[in-house]
Design a protein around this ligand. Structure first.
Ligand SMILES: Cc1cc2nc3c(=O)[nH]c(=O)nc-3n(C[C@H](O)[C@H](O)[C@H](O)COP(=O)(O)O)c2cc1C
Length: 159
């Protein structure tokens, strides 16, 4: 019998993560994006990172169309932005300051850091697709991260 999904979710919620908004586009000028914490650095040589995208996400087809994405790592003041991108569909980019990277995927203003990638592999993984991207550009800003732990947004405790 498969392990209970809500129990897996509960246990894995004890793994504290950062929070990102992963953005992409549909090849026809429309931007898409979702809040994601299933993001991981994979390889330094070549430089690869991965993101796991739910097959039911409205933005999922855009990853196939663009073969590109940007991982925007959120800062502690960007909880509202995370909530906006955790809702399915809608006009998430309305009034949102951003610019297009070389891949055409949007880079959000004010993120703690971003990593822009071209998809080099896509692996079927249950109800998600694992997109592995080769890094084309990346930059950091200033500040502290937004965190997610046991289903709640958190901030780093500072001394
Ligand atoms: C903190 C947090 C982390 C999340 N991580 C992921 C993730 O790694 N992959 C994913 O597919 N969805 C993740 N989600 C859920 C998506 O953000 C959510 O399903 C969103 O509505 C998808 O948007 P879309 O349907 O417009 O593409 C996460 C949500 C939250 C709040």
């Amino acid at each position: 019998m498969p392990f209970d999904r809500s129990e897996l979710r509960r246990v894995m919620s004890h793994f504290a993560t950062g929070v990102t908004v992963v953005t992409t586009h549909d090849g026809q000028g429309r931007c898409h994006g979702l809040t994601a914490n299933a993001v991981c650095s994979v390889s330094l040589d070549p430089p690869l990172i991965l993101v796991c995208v739910d097959k039911r996400a409205e933005s999922h087809p855009a990853f196939e169309l663009s073969q590109a994405f940007v991982v925007n790592i959120l800062g502690e003041g960007q909880e509202e932005l995370s909530r906006r991108f955790a809702v399915s569909g809608g006009e998430k980019f309305d009034g949102l300051p951003c610019r297009n990277g070389g891949t055409g995927a949007p880079i959000l203003d004010g993120a703690l850091a971003y990593v822009e990638c071209r998809v080099v592999a896509a692996h079927d993984a249950g109800d998600h697709t694992i997109y592995i991207g080769e890094v084309e550009s990346a930059e950091t800003g200033d500040g502290h991260p937004l965190l997610f732990f046991r289903g709640s947004y958190r901030q780093l405790h500072r001394d």
